[in-house]
Write a protein that binds this ligand. Sequence first.
Ligand SMILES: Cc1cc2nc3c(=O)[nH]c(=O)nc-3n(C[C@H](O)[C@H](O)[C@H](O)COP(=O)(O)OP(=O)(O)OC[C@H]3O[C@@H](n4cnc5c(N)ncnc54)[C@H](O)[C@@H]3O)c2cc1C
Length: 815
Amino acid sequence: MPKELPSHAKVAIIGGGVVGCATAYHLTKLGVKDVVLLERRNLTCGTTWAAAGLVVILRGTPEMVRMTRHGYELYRELENESEQPTGFIQTGTINIATTEHRKHELELLESLAESFGVVNLPISMEELQARWPLINTEDVLSAYYMPNDAVVNPVDTTMSMVAGARKGGAKIFEDTEVLDFELKNGQVVGMKTSRGDLKCESIVLCAGMWSRELGRKLGISVPIHACRHMHFITLPMEGTYRGMPILRDQDGSLYFREEVGGLLIGAFEYGALPYETKEIPTDWYFKELPNDMEHFEPLMQNALKRVPALETAQIRHFTNTAESFTPDNMYIMGEAPGMKKLYTACGMNSSGVLCGAGVGKKIAEWIVHGYPKSGHIWEADIRRCFSWMMNTNWLKDRAPETPGNLYGIHFPFKQWETGRNVRTSALHGRLAERGACFGQLFGWERANWFAPEGVEPGYEYSFHRQNWFKYSAAEHMAVREGVGIYDLSSMANLVMEGRDALPVLQKICGNDIDAPIGKVVYTQMLNERGGIEADITVTRLKEEKFFIVTAGATAVRDFDYIERAIPDGAHAFLLDVSSAYAMLGIMGPNSRQLLEKVTDADLSTQSFPFATAKEIHVGYATPLAMRMSFVGELGWELYVPTDFAPGMFDVLMAAGEDLDVKLVGLHAVDSLRLERGFRHWPSDIDPDSTPLEAGLRFAVKFDKGDFRGKDALLKQKNEGLKRKLIMFTVDDPEPLIYHDEPIYRNSEMVSSNTHGAYGHLLRASLGMCYLKNPDGISDEWIMRGRYEIGISGRRYPITIHLTAPYDPKGKRARM
Ligand SMILES: Cc1cc2nc3c(=O)[nH]c(=O)nc-3n(C[C@H](O)[C@H](O)[C@H](O)COP(=O)(O)OP(=O)(O)OC[C@H]3O[C@@H](n4cnc5c(N)ncnc54)[C@H](O)[C@@H]3O)c2cc1C
C-alpha cells in the first residue's frame, strides 16, 4: 500500500467494500488511472465480509439483470486476470413455491426471465430432490431451476477486483478516513482525510451504511437505514455437495447454500430489526452484533421444516451484522442532483456482491461518458431521492419492511405498509370520506381507486383481477362516456423565470417553447443523443415566465436537468412550487358541461382551444385551467393554490351531481392513457429512446433553431428508423399483463412489453413494445409479422396497432 496520500486525484472513491473496489476496477478498465480509493479501516471490513456470496442473476428489471449478469460474468473470469481466486462456483438457483400465490408468481417469472434472457425452467419434484437431497418437499407445489447462478467468496472477489484495479493504476489507502469535504461552486473539490488533504475532480461515495451521514455533510439526499441482517453456517452435513444449487424458500423467507460441506442459511424477513438510527459507529471493523435468537427463532423453525436434517446439525457460526436498506429496495447511484461530479453507489439492500460489479461499471461509465452508457438505470438513480427522505423517523419505520419485501410475493399494485401518509394532498380527507383506496408513490398518498358504499377501500392482492378491478372499470367508463374528476396534486410544478428562461428551455426541449402567452407546449427534454430525459408540458404564463408540469416522481431529476442547463450568470431562475398547487382533472365528454355550471369563462373550442391555459373562476377559486388531457378525452386540468382546493372540489362535486360525476383513481387514469396511446416516462420512453422512435415526431420542431439532440435526431431521421414503439392488444380478453412480458415476432422473441394495463373500453389487455429491424423499420414490415406475448410460460396472440387503438373521434374504430 502506498504510504503517502497524493495531493490530487482525478477520481476519489470513499469506501473499500465490494462496491468501491468494483468502481475502482472499472474506472481503470475505462482508462482512468488516477484513481484513489480511501478506506477507513480495512478493505471489506464494513458489510462485504459478511455476505453469503449468492450471485443470483434474475432481478425485477432488464437493466438490473444486465448489471447482475455483468457481475456473474466478471467473477467467473476475474481469477484469470488478477491471479487472485474469487471462489466462483456455478451452482444455479432453485426457487420453490409452497403457496398458490407463490406458485403463480413463479409461473409469471418464467416468462419474465425469458424476456431478460435468463433461463428459468420448471423442474419436477424428483429433479428437485435429486439436486437438493436434504429438502423436505412435502408442501412444495412447484420448483424452478435457474442453472446460470453462482456463489462466490465475497472477500476474495473484492480483493480480486482490488488486484485488477491496482494493476490498472489505482491507489488504495486503508486506515484512511474521510473526515470532511471542501466545496466550491456546487462541486466537491477536495477532502480532509485522516492521512492529509486530497484535491479531486470527481468523488464516488461508496461508504455503505455510512453513506447517509456523509451525504448529509455534503447536502445531498442518500436515504438509507441499516437493518440487522444475519445468517448461520453449520458444520459439514451428509447430503450436501460442492456445486449444490442455492435454494430459495421465499415463502419461508429463507435461502440456503452449501458452504464447506455444511449449509449456510440466511433470511429476508418482514419486520427486520433497524440498526442505529442516528449514526453507525465509526469504529466498525468486521463487527458482529449480539445474536438476536428470539428474532431468528421463527425463521429457524421454517429452516427446520425445509431441511429436517438441521435438527441434528451443529452450528459452526452465527453471523449477525448490519446492512444498508433503502425505502424502495433499490440502490442509490449516479450523479447527485445539485452537485457536480459527486456520484453515489450505495444502498445495496443485501445484494451488493451480486450487483457490485455492475454498479461499479455503470458509475465508471457515468464518470467517463457523462451518463451510464450501457443503459439508463432510473429505478436506482439518486435523482429519485427527495430531500425529505433523509428524515430518520421515516427511514427507521420503512427500512425494516425492505428485506421482507425482497422475498415477499410481488403482487401487482402491492403497496408499502410502513411509512405512509408522508405527503397528502389538500383533498386527502375528502377523498378518503368518499372511499378512496390510497397507494403511495414517492411519499405521495394518491387515490388509486374508489370503493363504493359498503365496500372496504383496501387491496385484496392476487395475480388475477383484484378486488378493485370492477370499480376502476366503472371509473374508466365514466371518463369515456360522462365525466370524471381525479386528484393529481402529486404532479410536480416548476416555475422558470427570467430574461434567459426561454433560451434555456429552447436548448433542452425538442418542441418550440417560444409560443404565445397562454399556450401549453407538450415536449420532451432531450439529451445529446436525442434520448428523452423528461416528458413535460411548458406553459408560457408571461413573456419571461414558464409553468412546467412533470410527474411527481421525477421532480428532483427534472429540476436538476433544467438547472444544469442554466449557464453561469444567466438570468434564469427555477423554483419548485409543487407544494403550492393542487391539481384536479375534470375529464370526459361532459366535462365542459360540468365546468360551465361553475364558471363564467367561455369554454368553447374557439375561445379555449386545446393546449391553451388561462385563469378562470370556479366557485371562489381562481385556478389556472389547462385544456390538456392525459386520458384522451375533452377535459381541463385545474391548477389551484392548495388552500383553495377543498372549496373548489366541493363546488365541482356539487355541480356534478346531476351529471353523475365520478371520482376517478390513478389505476383508471393509467388504463385510460394507455388506450389512447399516451406515452409514460420512464416505462415507454426514456433517455435511451428518441421521440422519433417513440412516435412523438410531432413534438420535435427541427426548424426552431439549435437544440440538444438535434443532430442525433436529424441523423436518425435521414438514415431512417430502425426501432419503433408500437401498441398492441392481447386477443384473448382474459390474461392481464403488467410489464416486461416477452413479445414474439414469427415465433422469435424480439422485444418486451414496456407497460401493460387492461383497457376497459376495448375489453382487452394492452401494452406497448419497441420493435427493431436493423435494415430499417416500416409499417409494412411491422404488419407483416405474426405476434404473440408470453405470459406464465404460455404464448397468446396479440394484435399490433400502428396508432392508438382508441381515439375519441373514431371511438374504437381501430380495433
Ligand atoms: C448476513 C449478510 C448476508 C449477505 N449476503 C449477500 C449475498 O449473498 N449476496 C450479495 O450480493 N450481498 C449480500 N449481502 C450484502 C452485501 O454484503 C452488501 O450489499 C455489500 O457488501 C455492500 O457493499 P458496500 O461496498 O456498499 O459497503 P461496505 O462493504 O460496508 O463498504 C463500505 C466501506 O466504507 C468504509 N467507510 C465508511 N465511511 C468511511 C469514511 N468516512 N472514510 C473512508 N471509508 C469509509 C467502511 O469502512 C466500509 O468498509 C449480505 C449482507 C449480510 C449482512
